[in-house]
Design a protein around this ligand. Structure first.
Ligand code: ASP
Length: 438
């Protein structure tokens, strides 16, 4: 059996962190396939290598001397190499990278070099095989991830090595051009590797104890989640949880491989398990997590006898499809309907309300901005009465007006829309209601 272990940028930010990572890997023989991020921040004002690479690339494209622009990046990697006492030199790699920057190989290529170089160092330090992600992770011509080709190629390559380091964050298009996933995408690479080798578990090592029940920037010292299902986490990530890249559960989900979020700085702690199915028995808490996002708008529509007018919503949805505007929720009344959309999408289409009037002729249309959505997620809700009551009571005691309510058909979440100004307070009072009073 094998485990895939992915280490985030802060876990590999300097030589000291590399040593912790190596100890973790060496303490369990099954930790055979390793996916590193690029070196992250060593202290709060530090700059992640990925961001340094974007800047460096832009500077070189704008005509700055490549050696000068690349020097701080080389310095970070050389510092790690010498502090670890390794004998490798990356000078030739640096020269190739600078040359490719000069040839304008692309921002994705530029950003990917952080993982690439870090992967070479880590493989050397561990004595593992280095496998360039460009050889095993593929995108189609239009940049869409090619799951099947990746899975087949990667599993064939990795079968040949008992241990390997595969850099996160990037792969290659059919013409060999490097493409990255979106930011934080090494989590996705880890998941892809776990699927390719049929891992028993995908361990995702970070600098926090696990997935917090609510955002620690809003709730002071929140509790951490012991077990969360893929579906719950999907809802929470979509609504703003950022411990794991929001797409990272998809590859392992098809293979039913659990993910364990662990803390590199406290390796013996259990962390958070992300599992395919809810474990047997009652949860300690009814809710698993509270997430939320700002920057939504509601398109509020009224039309007499809307409920019997066939095709009203279809006409609006067709318009939204043509204009490429996604909707988040559509709560409806008898003659009223709210369409909740991302405010940014709406800003791109300033005449959208006029277009709706053209296609659907409502009696009244109004756009309400500055809304926030909060999702209260928990598999425990289905079997428990009174969850909604408690959410509403918490909000009402805090004098927070609820503008929208939506309960998913799976009874896995309750979503409320409130004014942005109430966002932080709303999360705090809901957290207190469920996590401090049970
Ligand atoms: N280094 C990349 C980023 O900063 C990818 C990752 O760390 O997952 O987004």
């Amino acid at each position: 059996m094998a485990k895939v272990v992915k280490f985030g940028g802060s876990s590999l930010a300097d030589a000291n962190q590399f040593r912790k990572v190596a100890d973790i890997i060496r303490s369990d023989k099954e930790r055979r396939y390793v996916v590193p991020s690029a070196p992250g921040k060593r202290f709060s004002d530090d700059i992640k290598v990925t961001d340094m690479l974007y800047t460096c690339y832009d500077e070189i494209c704008a005509g700055k001397n490549a050696i000068t622009a690349f020097a701080p990046i080389a310095e970070r990697f050389n510092g790690i190499i010498s502090d670890l006492g390794l004998t490798i030199s990356l000078d030739e790699e640096y020269a190739t990278i600078m040359e490719n920057f000069r040839k304008q190989a692309g921002r994705d290529y530029a950003a990917s070099r952080g993982e690439y170089l870090n992967g070479i160092i880590l493989a050397n330090y561990l004595g593992f095989q280095f496998v360039d992600a460009a050889k095993g992770i593929f995108f189609g011509r239009n940049g869409e991830f090619d799951a099947d080709l990746t899975d087949a190629t990667l599993s064939a390559i990795l079968e040949g090595y008992p241990n390997a380091v595969i850099p996160g964050f990037y792969g290659a298009k059919p013409d060999g051009t490097i493409k990255t996933f979106s930011r934080g995408g090494s989590d996705f690479t880890g998941s892809v590797v776990a699927k390719a080798i049929g891992a028993e578990i995908y361990e995702n090592w970070t600098d926090v104890p696990g997935v917090a029940v609510a955002d620690p920037r809003i709730v002071e010292n929140p509790k951490f989640i012991d077990v969360v299902t893929y579906r719950e986490l999907r809802e929470l990530s979509y609504m703003g949880f950022s411990v794991l890249h929001q797409d990272a559960i998809f590859p392992v989900r098809t293979a039913q491989i659990p993910i364990n979020i662990k803390n590199t700085n406290d390796p013996s702690a259990k962390g958070t398990m992300i599992v395919p199915e809810a474990p047997e028995g009652k949860n300690e808490h009814i809710i698993t997590g509270i997430a939320g996002k700002k920057n939504f708008s509601a398109i509020c529509l009224e039309k007499d006898e809307m409920n019997s007018e066939i095709g009203f919503l279809r006409r609006i949805l067709t318009l939204m499809e043509t204009e490429n505007i996604a909707f988040e929720h559509i709560p409806t009344g008898i003659d009223t309907m709210n369409i909740i959309v991302n405010s940014e999408d709406l800003e791109k289409h300033p005449n959208f309300a006029d277009r709706i009037v053209e296609v659907a002729n409502p009696n009244h249309i109004e756009i309400e901005k500055n809304l926030a959505l909060i999702a209260v997620v928990g598999r425990g809700m289905k079997a428990t009465k009174g969850t909604a009551t408690r959410i509403f009571a918490a909000l009402s005691h805090a004098n927070i007006n609820i503008k929208m309510i939506d309960q998913g058909s799976s009874e896995l979440n309750i979503i409320v829309g409130i004014e942005e100004a109430d966002f932080e307070e709303a999360i705090r009072v809901i957290y207190n209601m469920f996590m401090l009073q049970e």
